[in-house]
Design a protein. Structure first.
Length: 182
């Protein structure tokens, strides 16, 4: 049976390149993986005071992550780090204390940028909380999608066969990684 993979996109904007890349990944995955989007844009900012009556969006999000076999992060870089919305989602999923939705789930990171550096800073900053959240992150291959505007057509699909081939191999390696770590 295919592994159920929760996909989190770090950008909230309509027309997001990262969202387009994530949508492409859904179609590039082979039968070993079923990629499922988990939305983060409606999550109230994490505040422990709200745990007595958690917002419905937190509960929905925690449930959707908890039932996944693995997590795939697709994120842009904001000021050389991850967007605040994605950090908030990590925090929301990590609580209440002792009931983290993330613990033990294998993860992979795809970072996306219109610039040349492929959001390297975001990719590596994201790995820091994932250590504490006890998520074994695939180390190789790494995925830094640079100059993303040149890789997507008007319809939001990749126009470049090399990119598709690389990301298919990335997803196949992730399936192997999930199998090893679960
Ligand atoms: C607040 C902010 C900070 C940004 N900082 C960076 C950065 O550090 N590195 C980078 O490559 N791009 C940076 N950008 C540009 C984003 O890469 C670009 O807006 C990209 O399209 C965002 O991803 P998205 O298309 O998925 O929304 C920044 C954009 C914003 C809005």
């Amino acid at each position: 049976m295919a592994y159920d993979v929760a996909v989190l996109v770090g950008s909230l904007r309509k027309g997001s390149f990262s969202r387009a890349v994530a949508d492409n990944l859904v179609t590039l995955a082979d039968a070993a993986l079923k990629l499922r989007m988990v939305e983060i844009g409606d999550l109230p900012l994490y505040n422990p005071d709200l745990e007595d009556a958690p917002p419905a969006a937190w509960t929905r999000f925690r449930d959707e992550v908890a039932r996944a076999d693995a997590v795939l992060f697709v994120t842009p870089e904001y000021n050389r780090s991850i967007p605040g919305a994605l950090k908030n989602a990590l925090d929301v999923g990590s609580r209440p204390y002792g009931k983290s939705a993330w613990a033990g789930k294998p993860a992979a990171v795809v970072s996306v940028s219109p610039g040349l550096l492929g959001a390297f800073g975001a990719n590596h900053h994201l790995r820091q909380p994932l250590v504490f959240l006890d998520m074994p992150v695939m180390q190789q291959p790494e995925a830094y999608v640079s100059k993303v505007g040149d890789l997507l057509g008007q319809d939001g699909k990749f126009i470049n066969e090399d990119t598709k081939t690389f990301l298919k191999a990335f997803l196949a390696a992730f399936a192997t990684w999930i199998g090893k770590t679960k």
